[in-house]
Write a protein that binds this ligand. Structure first.
Ligand code: AMP
Length: 412
């Protein structure tokens, strides 16, 4: 392996291709995802950025990127419309720049749905891609774009190994008790079950728990991933027992623009009585609900906390109430809780949201040390509390880099 050989990480969404380039030499050791070996950090990305504005108005696409230690660059891409165009342009741009002097050795993709088949990072050969294509109905808004990126890269660099890293994989350890819906057998036989998401984030936290939390790491741990998407995961021995998310990423907590758990009868009512079709309802559920729908102001907790509008305060209260309820439900699945971890944008950065959730959980032994919570300390529980509470930063991308390094090490 040459020092300037690289790993490309791609996260292909509906309107953007987010990318980062990392060193492929193991100059800084990374624990393989799922090894539980604790972990040192992945070296910083050499380049990161995105092609944004895909699928919109002609001429809307543009490339924003930053080579490490250099100023950010924005470039208009008038001829780019599709993921294939975006990836073609991206590879040429990277080859021209200082970001990719050596050879691209492997690419890692974030893929939202591995269904019941993919329980760990997987080489995306033709057979694996065919299985993932068949799973598009499980995540119709995300999976097609994830796979478009895989196909686009394969078309341009057929020899390049591509690794899929799945948001569902971490939850493969869950038992049927926590994955089965009380639905007719013919629906369950067609893949209708709970899967759980945010698995790359939970994998990152699980790998770092031993160094962060010592012996509590292998106990009953509840991780609250509170970002624009939000979920709670209960773990024992750092393996997933229960997720608040279900077959899709709509279930569970209130999110930025998604409602979390809603009586399924509401969807039937929307179609039969409110005259909404599947597309309108999907848009309402994925893009117009959650904190945005509740407040009518913003999906962003920072904006809502700064607002004097009572609807903003109400939206935050509903968010915190529902988060506390899901943490409590997860404690039932674990038979209690030894450690509660807050992570992701809101969990890592918002002391008032952490406090409002914790205040609702005093009955189960959660009590914060106010000063530690306000100051951004890593351990924020009161020393007398029976549940330890920590703030841990998450890094989903480094789990993908770890999987790519593991692939390169296996290949020798
Ligand atoms: P993520 O999806 O993990 O990137 O989290 C994004 C969300 O984190 C944003 O939409 C904000 O609501 C929230 N966030 C980020 N920084 C802060 C902060 N300092 N205080 C409150 N919320 C924050």
């Amino acid at each position: 392996m040459r020092a300037d050989d690289s790993i490309l990480v791609l996260n292909c969404g509906s309107s953007s291709v987010k990318f980062a380039v990392y060193a492929a030499d193991r100059s800084r050791e990374v624990a393989p995802a799922g090894s539980g070996a604790g972990a040192s950090e992945v070296a910083a990305a050499r380049v990161r950025g995105q092609v944004a504005g895909l699928g919109g108005k002609p001429g809307a696409a543009h490339l924003e990127w930053r080579v490490a230690h250099e100023p950010a660059v924005t470039e208009s891409l008038p001829s780019v419309r599709s993921h294939q165009d975006a990836i073609d342009h991206l590879l040429v741009a990277l080859e021209r720049s200082a970001g990719l002097r050596g050879t691209l050795k492997v690419a890692g993709h974030r893929i939202v749905h591995g269904g019941g088949r993919f329980e760990r990072p997987t080489l995306l050969d033709a057979a694996a891609i065919a299985v993932l294509e068949a799973q598009v109905p499980l995540a119709p808004l995300h999976q097609p774009h994830n796979l478009a990126g895989v196909r686009a890269l394969a078309a341009r660099q057929p020899e390049l190994a591509q690794i899929g890293c799945f948001d569902t994989a971490f939850h493969a350890s869950q038992s049927p008790l926590h994955t089965t819906y009380a639905l007719p057998i013919e629906m369950r036989e067609r893949g209708v079950r709970r899967y759980g998401f945010h698995g790359l984030s939970y994998q990152f936290i699980a790998d770092r728990l031993p160094s962060a939390a010592g012996p509590l790491a292998d106990g009953r741990v509840i991780v609250a991933h509170l970002g624009n998407g939000a979920s709670v995961c209960g773990m024992v021995e750092r393996r997933s027992v229960r997720s608040s998310m279900g077959m899709t990423a709509l279930d569970g907590l209130v999110m930025g623009t998604r409602p979390g758990s809603v009586d399924i009868g509401v969807a039937l009512h929307a179609i039969t009585a409110l005259g909404m079709d599947a597309d309108t309802l999907s848009h309402a559920l994925y893009d117009r609900s959650g904190l945005l729908g509740l407040s009518g102001i913003s999906h962003d907790v920072r904006t809502l906390l700064a607002s004097a509008d009572p609807q903003a305060a109400f939206a935050i209260e509903v968010f915190c109430e529902r988060a506390a309820q899901e943490i409590a439900a997860t404690a039932v699945a674990l038979g209690g809780c030894d450690l509660l971890v807050f992570t992701a944008g809101i969990g890592e950065n918002s002391p008032p949201v952490r406090a409002r959730i914790a205040d609702r959980l005093g009955w189960m032994g959660v009590r914060l040390d106010r000063a530690s919570n306000e100051s951004g300390a890593a351990l924020i529980s009161d020393p007398s509390a029976s549940v330890a509470v920590r703030v841990m930063p998450t890094d989903e991308e480094s789990v993908i880099v770890g999987a790519c390094l593991e692939h390169l090490a296996r290949r020798g």
